[in-house]
Design a binder for this molecule. Structure first.
Ligand code: ZN
Length: 307
């Protein structure tokens, strides 16, 4: 995946809180601490509603009081990340570019259907964070909080995706994760999140919501190289390769419920506890989005065949 050197970046879509991260529930977390199994479970439950369900539905470890203050300091990012050229050489800037592209696509897509997209920032935090959905530690993984309409991520998750889930790295793998979270934002704006009644099980609304977010991620990917940058300039993303897509599909497969239960959760697959869908389903809906480029093809709520 490469960025257009001349495309302009909009760093206002990111809130960098990493310099103020720190004490959570009396512990000092500096990221990279490892995703515990309990943390994994919370990650799933949490992402069920893109965030809020885990926070109000599960108060086990991973959630606690953030004891240190947090503040946004975008000085470094706004200094370093000005164009696609910076995104090609700097990891933070690449993520800014990806977030710009995802939101650029949805802004245009909403406009095409006579609706208004509301921009949502992504918060980079380290260790722990307080959100409109409560406090969270890095253990919960990336999430979207519907209450404040913001995305939260401790970037050490991307390292854990490789070290613990066995995924391959790469910017497009990270883009898939971010695009999935923005899929939850789109669902929130469209009111889809409110349709969730059943929260667990292989055909639950929660699973349908998650698979739709995967599909929406794919829809963005389909349009990524043609979505103009914020100022109407050249597209931020110059190309996405077959290898990028293969890696992202592999990552999608490694965060399927069955894979995680089998490989990381003790070996037994219990469908009744599914919240995100199987590996095969996640790959299928991401692919549906990539191939169709059409959000209407992501109607996981009406289909009898989730895959
Ligand atoms: Zn999700």
């Amino acid at each position: 995946m490469e960025f257009n050197d001349d495309a302009g970046l909009d760093t206002s879509q990111v809130e960098d809180m990493r310099s103020s991260g720190g004490g959570v529930g009396g512990r000092v977390l500096l990221g990279g601490g490892g995703l515990s199994i309990v943390g994994l479970i919370i990650y799933f439950v949490m992402s069920q509603f893109g965030g809020v369900a885990g926070l109000d539905g599960n108060s086990a470890s991973g959630l606690g009081d953030v004891t240190s203050g947090q503040r946004v300091d975008n000085a470094r990012i706004s200094e370093q990340c000005r164009t696609g050229r910076d995104a090609n050489t700097n990891h933070d800037c690449a993520l800014v570019a990806v977030i710009n592209s995802i939101q650029g696509y949805w802004r245009d897509q909403f406009a095409r259907s006579g609706q208004t997209y509301q921009q949502a920032p992504t918060n980079f935090f380290r260790g722990g964070v307080t959100t409109g959905c409560g406090s969270a530690t890095a253990d919960v993984g990336p999430f979207y909080c519907p209450a404040d309409s913001e995305v939260y991520i401790d970037l050490s998750f991307f390292t854990q995706l490789q070290s613990q889930f066995g995924a391959q790295g790469g910017t497009f793998v990270e883009a898939y994760v971010l695009a999935h979270e923005y899929g939850h934002h789109v669902q929130n704006l469209l009111g889809t999140s409110d349709r969730v009644r059943t929260r667990r099980g292989p055909t639950s609304d929660a699973v349908r919501l998650e698979l739709q977010a995967d599909c929406y991620a794919g829809v963005w990917a389909n349009h990524a190289t043609t979505t103009p940058s914020a100022n109407g300039g050249p597209p931020l993303i110059r190309n996405i390769t077959e290898d990028d897509i293969r890696r992202a599909l592999d990552a999608a497969g490694r965060i399927g419920d069955d894979f995680i239960q089998r490989e990381l959760g003790g070996g037994r697959v219990d469908e009744s506890q599914f919240t995100h869908g199987t590996s095969q389903q996640r790959e299928k809906w991401f692919t549906t989005g990539i191939q169709s480029g059409n959000p209407a093809q992501c109607d996981t709520f009406r289909t009898n065949n989730l895959g």
